[in-house]
Ligand binder design. Structure first.
Ligand code: 5AD
Ligand code: SF4
Length: 447
């Protein structure tokens, strides 16, 4: 009999990408191998996201489209995993009875049992209990080959921003032991990954008896073979000087911080329960730039939060301008049933949300270009990641700040090397340059 195959589609954040790899590891242990062709699969999993309504809609449409596949192949196992499974299990079971399995983010250990008992029973299997302890400490994800390995270091969120569903879908904060994180990093390096991204819903509230986030970062930085370390997403409240100093001390920790602003208005920040003011955020930006000059910053911003006035939105634009973020993820507020903000009675009309989003995107586009243009003439470190989409004679690589650079290939280097690239131009979100060889570099430096 040929080997059984699974297909998994991942929606949402990087934590879901990691979780899909964990599920992949479990399925491998059950004798399943991965396929990218959904029509060949014996088991299909959608690892879902509930952060905005649109994410849920996408998954619902996908599930609708899978009904006929399921009808034609009754033995097929169809599973819904992740945040939407946690949040909408009753809805899914009622409206899509052909879904076999619904598992929340803390229930993936159940997968082997479900797979192995399925030959006998055709019942639905649902488990959306949240755990105070589950960190999947002892499990190894099945990663696809690549540059970057995602490694989850903590799960859950206790911050309860009033707009956010995550504390409800992913439960309470819990951190994984330093030893198990180190083991996973070492294993990823052995497998050929050169970049490690430490992940958590609130990555910098990591804490165990072995130390806090800054000390974890320092220990990971010392592991041989780790060319680059990133982390996401931190909360501004939990960023301290010690963390920034550790970042500046180790060359392999990327000088890049994703610093979610959400809003630039103190009243809205308070209503969002973000626990910092506009002034405190701007001071944090200055502290970071003082300790790590040129540190690249990216952010998340929500427009049209309930009650946001035009002038409060303009304050957001002002903070965006002052912070000069290199890039930003920008969203229209999407009410999430069960969260505090969804009950606020002063919801903003869609047309205002849309026009505010467009103004913000336009402003940020200019700032991104300006920040990239500042690099023209500079020589920066680029990790070669892949062939450029436009030409097989060129490579694409990323800067420490996560920005893409395109440059001519050079036989003295290969993918996964870090090279010095002199930036010649910047268009849109991409920079273009040429590799600088060490001899030229010495001449440049001497001049
Ligand atoms: N509506 C719009 N954006 C949201 N985010 C979280 N919840 C919502 C919501 N209800 C955004 C925040 C967060 C990012 C991951 O998603 O900006 O930082
Ligand atoms: Fe959501 Fe806020 Fe927690 Fe981030 S910190 S996951 S935005 S509640």
């Amino acid at each position: 009999m040929s080997q059984k195959k699974y297909y998994i589609e991942t929606y949402g954040c990087q934590m879901n990408v990691y979780d899909s790899e964990l599920v992949g590891g479990l399925l491998n242990d059950c004798g399943y191998s991965i396929t990218n062709d959904i029509s060949l699969a014996d088991a299909i999993f959608l690892n879902t996201c509930a952060i905005r309504e649109k994410a849920e809609e996408t998954v619902n449409n996908k599930l609708d489209s899978l009904q006929s596949l399921k009808n034609n192949k009754p033995g097929l196992l169809l599973g819904v995993l992740g945040c939407m499974a946690q949040n909408l299990k009753d809805d899914i079971l009622q409206t899509k009875p052909y879904v076999d399995v619904v598992l929340g983010p803390d229930s993936y250990r159940k997968i082997p049992e479900i797979i192995n008992s399925r030959n006998n029973s055709m019942d639905h299997y649902v488990d959306t209990r949240l755990s105070k302890f589950e960190v999947y400490d002892d499990m190894f994800p099945s990663r696809r080959e690549g540059i970057n390995a995602w490694i989850s270091i903590m799960r859950g969120c206790d911050k309860f921003c009033t707009f956010c569903i995550v504390p409800f879908t992913r439960g309470r904060e819990r951190s994984r032991s330093i030893e198990s994180i180190e083991n996973e990093v070492k294993k990823a390096v052995q497998q050929g990954f050169v970049e490690i991204t430490l992940l958590g819903q609130n990555v910098n509230s990591y804490r165990t008896s072995g130390g806090d986030f800054a000390s974890l970062l320092e220990q990971v930085a010392q592991i041989k073979g780790v060319k680059r370390i990133r982390y996401t997403s931190p909360h501004p409240q939990d960023i301290n000087k010690e963390l920034i100093e550790i970042m500046s001390k180790y060359e392999n920790i990327c000088n890049h911080i994703h610093l979610p602003l959400q809003s630039g208005s103190d009243r809205i920040l308070k209503r969002m329960n973000r626990t910092y003011t506009k002034q405190e955020f701007l001071e944090l930006v200055s502290m970071i730039k003082n300790i790590i000059p040129g540190c690249v910053l990216s952010t998340d911003i929500i427009v049209g939060f309930p009650g946001e006035t035009e002038s409060e939105f303009e304050e957001t634009l002002e903070v965006v301008q002052k912070s000069s973020f290199n890039s930003a993820f920008m969203f229209k507020y999407s009410p999430r049933p069960g969260t505090k903000a969804s009950e606020y009675t002063d919801q903003i009309d869609e047309e205002y949300k849309q026009s505010r989003l467009e103004s913000l995107i336009n402003l940020q586009r200019d700032i991104t270009l300006l920040e990239n243009q500042k690099n023209i003439g500079r020589t920066i470190d680029v990790l070669i990641e892949k062939d450029s989409k436009r030409s097989s004679l060129k490579w694409s690589g990323r800067t420490e700040g996560n920005m893409w650079v395109i440059f001519d290939k050079d036989p003295s280097y290969s993918i996964k090397d870090i090279v010095k690239v002199k930036i010649n131009s910047a268009h849109g979100v991409t920079m273009f340059g040429d590799i600088v060889h060490s001899l030229e570099r010495e001449k440049n430096e001497a001049a």
